[in-house]
Design a protein around this ligand. Structure first.
Ligand code: NDP
Length: 327
């Protein structure tokens, strides 16, 4: 396993990590969740990603039970939660980024995960109803209380993140350390354009999500209709409608030609492509089956194969490379 600095923080995070969205407490049995965490940890993964909103809090409960049972050295792993969407109930003040929900949501996440502190806490989305100043103060205070060690954002715009940095700097508060954006071959704008100044001037770390575009970049939907997959979950039919479209499938077919030529799987090509971006601190993997995770955990091997020529070929297929801006 390779370890990367989380931005300019002192935290070392495994380049591949494991997330629990849609799987833990939902799509998979707890036994499989435990096997996945075991395989990941034994391969050197040190970061497990979670959120209050995943399976209405059940994902944290499942992960907490596994961590308790494993009894791994607490300093050997990093656990996150994210606040914004709420857990079981969504009444006013049970969602969002107010000081009240950040404090109560963090305490509830700690209880569900059976932990004394969270290593990372994210503001899961920007909250138009809470001043960024209130959120930055609350995050700073959570750090001071020892309940969280580092804080960050997820799917915030560059200007929102910059506001948080400037406010923290002006008031000598702990600034955000990381952002969790979507990043994969189909979704590049933020990582390759919008955030460039944040990487250069603020040393922002990134923990990127959906590296396989929810499994689409495995190629398993090309000329096939597999049954036991995420795209068959009714609760997220919108995701299937958005991703499983002819234009994407055509590109996947052409990407497969490249991975075949390189003699590697398309999954590894897609994950290696994310890992190659030096502004990625960690690629958060998702898996519903142990065999998937075992394959995905070998993706670092293929990064050296992705030379300039191959990257240019991939860009010509993807036809979505953000225009370069000099920073
Ligand atoms: P991916 O895009 O990698 O999708 C993972 C899914 O793809 C798996 O659950 C599995 O689904 C399928 N898959 C994985 N590996 C393979 C393989 N080798 N062969 C075939 N199919 C495969 O990542 P996620 O979308 O799961 O995101 C990863 C993590 O990022 C999440 O768990 C979560 O922690 C985080 N996240 C954060 C968000 C945020 O807003 N901050 C939003 C979304 C995710 P199946 O078997 O069902 O087809």
């Amino acid at each position: 396993m390779e370890y990367r600095r989380l931005g300019k923080s002192g935290l070392q995070v495994s380049a591949l990590s494991l997330g629990s969205w849609l799987t833990f407490g939902n799509q998979i049995e707890d036994k499989v969740a435990e096997e996945l965490m075991d395989i990941a940890y034994e391969s050197g993964v040190n970061f497990f990603d979670n959120a209050e909103g995943y399976a209405g809090g059940k994902s944290e409960i499942v992960m907490g039970k596994i961590l308790k049972k494993k009894n791994w050295d607490r300093s050997s792993y990093i656990v996150s939660s994210k606040i914004y969407f709420g857990a079981e109930e969504k009444k006013p003040n049970m969602i969002g980024l107010s000081r009240k929900h950040l404090f109560e949501g963090t305490n509830n996440a700690l209880k569900r995960l059976q932990l004394d502190h969270l290593d990372l806490l994210y503001c899961h989305r920007p909250d138009q109803n809470t001043p960024i100043e209130e959120t930055v103060w609350a995050m700073h205070q959570l750090v001071m209380q020892g309940k969280i060690l580092y804080w960050g954002t997820s799917e915030w715009s560059a200007s929102e993140i910059m506001q948080a940095f400037y406010f923290a700097e002006k008031n000598h508060l702990v600034p955000p350390s990381m952002e969790q954006p979507q990043y994969n071959m189909f979704w590049r704008e933020k990582m390759e354009k919008e955030f460039l100044l944040l990487f250069r001037d603020f040393g922002l770390g990134t923990t990127i999500w959906s590296p396989l575009a929810s499994g689409l970049l495995s190629g398993k939907y090309n000329n096939a209709n597999p049954k036991d997959t995420r795209f068959n979950m009714e609760s997220i039919a919108w995701l299937k409608d958005r991703l499983l479209v002819e234009a994407n499938l055509k590109k996947v077919d052409r990407l497969k030609e490249i991975s075949d030529k390189l003699n590697i799987s398309l999954v590894k090509l897609a994950l290696g492509w994310c890992l190659k971006n030096p502004n990625v601190s960690t690629v958060i993997l998702g898996a519903s089956k142990t065999a998937q995770l075992k394959e995905n955990l070998t993706a670092l091997e293929v990064v050296p194969l992705l030379d300039e020529k191959i990257m240019a070929k991939l860009d010509s297929i993807l036809a979505n490379k953000p225009e370069f801006i000099e920073v």
